[in-house]
Design a protein around this ligand. Structure first.
Ligand code: MLT
Length: 267
């Protein structure tokens, strides 16, 4: 079912609304389809909510002036409008940046946290310059060229050549995104705050997942993040880069299901 709020943010729901809710936040530059295999498996026991981040997929970019704070405002609006009762928040990469900031702003609205291939640190100077160069590429050569340059680095090389993984589908979808939205997301990431100092205050059960071949947020970095969170479990996903839910959905689903059963079985 598709549902829209606040200037048409597209929200997709599967599973019984009376079941425990999981709110999924996708990465950049992707959309809710990233979680297709997780929703497919989890919807029989959980209320799965995915959405397109403002500016990506079918959620409009508006004036393109996007910030991490506005992304967190959108999460809050989704929770309130769907009346989700302390959902488990699951974010990948940029979705993880949003999720970490959600913890800092409103941890009590959630009962659990799942972070896939992400980090709490803000962009350093080098990363900011890379974002600026990405914006320039979009302005001069178009979003298609930016996506062609950016997306391959998110997948493990073995995944790109694996016909079971919908790499081309993902690439083609992202190439059609509104340039204003993609640039807005780059600016939102570039200007986000650092949430590292808040990690020790995260008290809800947390699961940290990282692809063994993730070059953007490598396992050794994510392990340190996990060690800074009190009730956290850390898993390395084999045969995957930065896009774990797409590259190895079977393994990711198993890890997520075990985590959910362990902490939320009776809710
Ligand atoms: C993502 O997958 O969301 C991006 O790689 C995040 C980033 O560019 O920092």
């Amino acid at each position: 079912m598709i549902y829209t709020i606040n200037n048409k943010i597209s929200i997709y729901q599967s599973g019984e609304p009376k079941n425990k809710a999981i709110l999924f936040i996708h990465g950049f530059p992707y959309d809710h389809n990233m979680w297709e295999k997780q929703v497919e498996e989890l919807k029989s026991a959980y209320h799965c909510v995915t959405y397109d981040i403002r500016g990506l997929g079918s959620s409009p970019a508006g004036d393109g002036q996007l910030t991490m704070e506005s992304f967190v405002d959108d999460v809050e609006s989704i929770i309130d409008s769907l009346k989700l009762e302390r959902p488990v928040l699951c974010g990948l990469s940029m979705g993880g940046y949003i999720a970490f900031r959600c913890m800092e702003r409103m941890q009590d609205k959630f009962s659990g946290l799942i972070i896939c291939d992400s980090k709490p640190e803000a962009d350093n100077n080098e990363a900011k310059l890379r974002r600026a160069s990405g914006i320039k590429t979009i302005n001069t050569e178009g979003v298609q060229k930016f996506v062609e340059d950016f997306v391959p680095g998110c997948f493990a090389p073995g995944s790109i050549s694996n016909s079971k993984i919908p790499y081309e589908e993902v690439l083609n979808r992202s190439m059609k995104f509104d340039p204003k939205g993609v640039k807005g997301c780059l600016l939102a990431m570039l200007s986000r705050t650092d949430t590292t100092s808040y990690l020790s205050q995260i008290k809800i059960p947390t699961l940290i997942i990282c692809g063994e071949d993730d070059k953007l947020t490598p396992p050794e970095v994510m392990k340190l993040t996990s060690e800074s969170i009190t009730h956290s479990e850390f898993f390395i996903i084999p045969e995957a880069g930065h896009m774990t839910p797409i590259e190895n959905p079977k393994f990711v689903n198993k890890v997520i299901l075990n985590f959910l059963k362990k902490h939320f079985a009776r809710e």
